[in-house]
Design a protein around this ligand. Sequence first.
Ligand code: ADP
Ligand code: MN
Ligand code: MN
Ligand code: MN
Length: 397
Amino acid sequence: MKSSLDPKCTMGEPSTWRFNKAVHSAYVLGLPIPEDQVLVEYVYVAEDGYSLHSKCRKLNFVPSKPSDVPDWSYAANFPVEDRFLKPAVIYKDPFRQGNHKLVLCEVYANDWTPAPRNFRHNCQDTMEKQEVTSVTPWFGLEQEYSIIDVSNRPLGWPSSFMPQPNTPIHHDAVGMHKAFGRDLYEAHLFACLYAGLNISGGNAEACPGQWEFQVGPSEGLKASDDLWMARYILHRLSEEFGVAVSFHPKLIPGGAGACGGHVNFSTSPMRQEGGINHIKAAMPLLARTHKQFLPLCDAHGGADNVSRLMGFFCTASVEFKWGIEDRDATIRIPRQVALEGKGFLEDRRPAANFDPYLVTDALVRVVVLGHETLQNPYAEPRVVKLAVDLSKVKLDD
Ligand code: ADP
Ligand code: MN
Ligand code: MN
Ligand code: MN
């Protein structure tokens, strides 16, 4: 059924297609705005621990550090429970540009305890420990993603009447018949550079419509902060292109196509001469915590990742195994690192919808602090106890 307002708009098409972007840009980027009038987009991870949400507030000055930006709140659990938003990191806004900002926020309950899916809070505690800062942990995070169209299919994926590819074939590929959705991938790299986050590269991935970008290496919290903001920017850009982005680790069931979130990790001893010995020394520590680590590798306590961890097509199985150059291993030592005798290790367990705060925190606990047990916060309910006692609320006046 066609809309009577716009002949181009058919049922099921994204609503943004109705708008003329040139007209939008005439206002958004075209109007002169006083320098001190700044739109701040508060970006936060919502109650479920993986959806990104944001809301806008105008300031009458240009904030230069997170504490310049006022705390705010949002309605988390209707109708009575709010969450506080605490600004944590400021980025330049690639959409509004000028002095406007994207501000990554932490979420707190209404008594200012960390919300159940605020994993940044604990990660910061871990990263600030003296034993941890003294080894300067670096993280390089790989984010694979799928671009999907309005029918929920990855771009370029063959129709159900055509043979399905059964091997990953499009890794690093170019060409109209192999790379689907490059405009979004490219725009994202540039938007991230503009925002000021440490994006370090990207590539076409193995399956049609699948892409990857990387952030880092960065110390401590920064790689995780940058990853969350890079994800936000990707979702915002997808609106511009009339597609959607999915971080689901196994969008297409079966043999092909899985989306991971590899975590590359090093400490200063690993990066120095002879560091390979420190890298190898981490393996038994990672092996003994492996079962407790798996539930931290996706947004549903490990459930999403089960069908991804098959042990072939460059994905680890659920059994712990480390190896040099082995992309079916749990932990991989890249060939270059083995040759140089120093560098970093790659944890290939996390799924694309992992929370980087949780995983980097756990890696540091296991490898640097020698922890033998890891808590699974996904086993806890994500809704905190109401601070408002409903029995004392008078409803009838
Ligand atoms: P691959 O796809 O071969 O696994 P990528 O090039 O996608 O590798 O990602 C490698 C990641 O490793 C990059 O994000 C890079 O920033 C990161 N990295 C490089 N050196 C280090 C290091 N010393 N410590 C931690 N991460 C590192
Ligand atoms: Mn990669
Ligand atoms: Mn990859
Ligand atoms: Mn990798």
